[in-house]
Design a binder for this molecule. Structure first.
Ligand code: GSH
Length: 241
């Protein structure tokens, strides 16, 4: 049995991390049985979640998990796609993960109002006297990560403008199809849907959310895939505001 190490549900979403949601959707698309464990962060081999344990093998990183599933279980997530479509799907996925994600991270971790109703709760288990220090150190680390990536060097307005292009690109590629690349889910949906679920999370006030809400096909896509892959969370995000 595969064990998927997760953060667990937060903010009315199946997981605090879109990458963990991605790993879970990949496992569900491939129809592989798995269990989840929220106790693995401190021993995460790359200091991040998700990772999986599969029959003694540890695979850290959602995309490497995908490659593992493809190789070990002979499952091709993109079997219906042409080489050109596979390339478009890969490019959109990586735009989400390596560009849009970082703008969202800034909006959630660096904007006090969002941080206070969101990520601050990750530290609730820290001893009360130490908690302010732990929170400050974590936010400083995230600020450094944002700077290292490069997104954090932009002004808020610049980040929002860049993220808006991402949102519009996703909406335009999706168009009126049920899934990003057509009538059936492909590997990119495992990534793009969780990114949209996080972008559209009604708990947070962000320009990314506003931009995504302007695209009805994105909102419907998120609702549809949430109902398909995490039916227990369909509508849950709306209920927590
Ligand atoms: N490239 C990784 C990214 C995973 C990632 O960024 N995970 C974040 C949560 S969204 C994390 O665990 N961050 C913890 C930290 O940086 O301390 C993947 O695809 O799995």
């Amino acid at each position: 049995m595969i064990t998927l190490y997760t953060f667990g549900p937060y903010f009315g979403l199946p997981d605090a991390s879109p990458f963990v949601m991605k790993a879970e959707v990949l496992l569900r698309i491939a129809d592989l049985p798995y269990e989840t464990d929220t106790g693995g962060f401190n021993t995460a081999p790359k200091g991040k979640l998700p990772y999986i344990a599969d029959d003694g093998a540890i695979i850290a990183d959602s995309t490497l998990i995908r490659l593992h599933i493809e190789k070990k279980y002979g499952f091709d997530f993109d079997d219906r796609l042409s080489p050109r479509e596979r390339s478009i799907a890969w490019a959109i996925e990586k735009m989400c993960e390596d560009h849009l994600y970082w703008a969202g991270l800034h909006a959630r971790w660096m904007v006090d109002a969002n941080f206070d109703k969101g990520p601050r709760q990750f530290f609730d288990a820290a001893p009360a006297p130490l908690r302010p220090l732990v929170v400050a150190l974590a936010r400083r680390q995230f600020r450094r990560n944002l700077w290292g990536h490069g997104m954090g060097r932009h002004t808020t307005a610049e980040m929002e403008e860049l993220a808006a292009r991402d949102i519009d690109a996703i909406a335009d590629v999706l168009a009126d199809k049920p899934y990003l690349m057509g009538e059936r889910p492909s590997g990119a949906d495992a990534s793009v849907f969780p990114m949209m679920a996080h972008a559209l999370c009604p708990l947070f006030e962000t320009a990314i959310r506003t931009r995504a809400e302007r695209r009805p096909n994105l909102v419907a896509y998120n609702d549809r895939l949430m109902a398909q892959y995490f039916p227990e969370f369909a509508g849950a995000g709306k209920a927590i505001v």
